[in-house]
Design a protein around this ligand. Structure first.
Ligand code: FES
Length: 118
């Protein structure tokens, strides 16, 4: 695993989503309330630029019919093409967590620099 400096901490303020280049690969860096996440910018469904999607909570089914409940956590990234949702923490699909996953990367702040390990 290699260390890639992708910018300074100030380049990724809370609420931001930023595309960076990591070893020739497009990676989305997300700052959600101060927590950083890094996901590959390719949807595993049909190859959309996934990181151009929306970071949000999600509607979850409840046990009662026709009732839904908004859940703010975990934060998901919703694909701009067909709406598949992926957990920002590990890239797993909310629909098929065991079989569909986007690559996620370890991301750290080190001496004021944002570092992606890939
Ligand atoms: S390409 Fe992302 S959900 Fe289809």
């Amino acid at each position: 695993m290699q260390r890639h400096v992708v910018g300074d901490r100030a380049d990724f303020p809370p609420g931001s989503s930023t595309l960076v280049d990591v070893n020739g690969r497009s990676v989305g860096v997300f700052n959600v309330d101060g927590a950083l996440y890094a996901l590959r910018n390719v949807c595993p469904h049909h190859g959309a630029p996934l990181c151009l999607g929306t970071v949000t909570g999600r509607m979850a089914l409840t046990t009662a019919p026709h009732r839904y409940e908004y859940q703010a956590e975990p934060k998901v990234l919703r694909c701009p093409w067909h709406g598949y949702e992926f957990d920002l923490r590990d890239g797993r699909s909310m629909l098929k967590p065991e079989s569909l996953r986007v690559r996620s990367y370890r991301i750290e702040i080190e001496r004021g620099e944002v570092v992606v390990y890939a």
